[in-house]
Design a protein around this ligand. Structure first.
Ligand code: NDP
Length: 403
């Protein structure tokens, strides 16, 4: 029986709210707080109706205002905060957790607003403060990052003596019927996919132009899909925590239609993050674009198809070369039926709830700042399927990435 505070009432926040409320024996009291209280209230109404949770409250909060956050945390007095607002708020929410003395979990690493830079340095720098306070911070507990780190930790623990090659593959083989929409926060998503590609090889980072490298990847139940090498934040922590990795890459599917829209958006300057002056007021083009694009949280109703995300791994066990593939597929419609939102929010929100459950039940503990792969993968994977994301594995199959 524990109190948790969820920050962020977007698509992912909706899923976390549902999944926590489905388990009142673990999450006995829930506070959903976000910038716009009416969005929390709308989620709360659905959650109370569908789950019958008896202690689900809401609040408005500016998660970039530390004193305001600390006051709210102290008044509700949760054991931990599940942060599923935006990466810009990671540091202020971590600071508030330190001041209020509560544990922390998030799904995306900190990004400064004025620079699309994805790295853990700012959050890892808080390790000693969390350690001294006897508090746990778990970083990146969505699907990718998140389950991909748990999958890799499971492979390292149960299947390999040394992991040498890691390819994370992420397909969204879904269709939402819109000409262009992003599957999670458009601003964060467009910043992520328009940056240069980057992968780890032989002890150093290699840079590519955006979407320069692509290949066809055969996804389970989906088939072959063109997949592009992009940089994704879990690569940084995984090569740190599994130093035997010689090469780590991340591949994501994009349709031609999506990439064409993206090119146009970039070419006309709408992906810009520098403020411009418009009719006497400063606006950030990408923030404005977000306001006119479809809300990812509302794509669910007409979303068909599925996501397929997994880790393809090569290494050695008992002196023998071995391959291993571990993955999950998630149907957008199933996610929508259960939580009222689409599969990308669902595959992020379920692991966030489950990571929090691991912390509340004492399976994941330790004082300091940790990435998910540093935690025990076993209890998490034992619960992942039951929580809505069944996983599958194949040993010594054709993992396709033999180059
Ligand atoms: P949304 O944009 O739908 O929701 C974000 C929410 O955060 C909104 O409700 C927004 O409020 C709120 N918010 C923004 N700024 C503040 C603030 N200053 N104070 C309080 N609340 C604020 O995003 P998603 O739900 O799609 O994504 C949520 C997070 O999940 C993001 O960090 C994203 O990067 C991460 N993610 C992680 C994935 C993974 O697999 N690891 C995959 C997908 C997403 P308002 O409603 O007022 O705008």
């Amino acid at each position: 029986m524990s109190k948790v505070m969820i920050i962020g009432a977007g698509g992912v926040g909706r899923v976390v709210a549902y999944k926590c409320a489905q388990q009142p024996d673990v999450f006995s009291h829930i506070l959903l707080a976000s910038r716009t209280k009416s969005k929390c209230d709308a989620i709360a109404e659905d959650v109370r109706k569908d789950t019958g949770h008896a202690h689900f409250e809401t609040a408005g909060v500016d998660a970039e205002n530390v004193p305001e956050l600390v006051a709210l945390i102290r008044s509700f007095n949760p054991v931990m905060v599940i942060h599923v607002a935006l990466p810009y708020q990671d540091l202020t929410i971590m600071e508030a957790c330190l001041q209020a003395g509560v544990h922390y979990l998030d799904t995306a690493n900190y990004e400064p607003k004025d620079e699309a830079r994805f790295e853990y340095s700012w959050q890892w720098a808080l390790h000693d403060r969390f350690k001294e306070a006897g508090l746990t911070a778990v970083l990146g507990c969505g699907f990718d990052p998140g389950v991909t780190g748990v999958f890799t930790a499971h492979a390292a623990k149960h299947h390999f003596d040394e992991i040498h090659y890691l390819d994370i593959i992420d397909a969204n083989a879904g269709s939402h019927g819109k000409a262009f929409a992003t599957n999670f926060n458009p601003e964060i998503n467009i910043r992520e996919v328009t940056q240069k590609g980057k992968f780890w090889q032989d002890g150093e980072w290699k840079l590519t132009e955006p979407h320069e490298i692509s290949r066809l990847v055969n996804y389970p139940n989906v088939g072959p899909k063109r997949s592009y090498l992009i940089y994704h934040e879990e690569l940084e922590s995984l090569v740190k925590h599994f130093p035997t990795i010689r090469r780590a890459r991340f591949w994501m599917t994009f349709s031609e239609e999506y990439l064409t829209h993206l090119r146009v958006i970039q070419n006309i300057g709408m992906a810009g993050i520098e403020p411009i002056l418009y009719k006497g007021m400063e606006i950030v083009p990408l923030e404005f674009l977000k306001a006119v694009l479809p809300d990812p949280g509302e794509l669910g109703e007409n979303y068909t198809g599925q996501t397929s995300i997994g880790c393809r791994i090569r290494g050695v066990k008992d002196g023998q070369e071995k391959t291993y593939f571990i993955w999950n597929n998630c149907q957008h419609q199933d996610a929508y039926q259960e939580t009222g939102t689409q599969g990308v929010s669902y595959t992020t929100g379920v692991p966030a709830m489950l990571g929090a459950k691991m912390m509340l039940q004492g399976h994941w503990s330790g004082a300091g700042v940790f990435n998910v792969e540093q935690m025990n993968p076993d209890p998490f994977l034992a619960d992942l399927g039951v929580s809505g994301l069944p996983w599958h594995e194949e040993v010594n199959g054709d993992i396709e990435f033999n180059d």
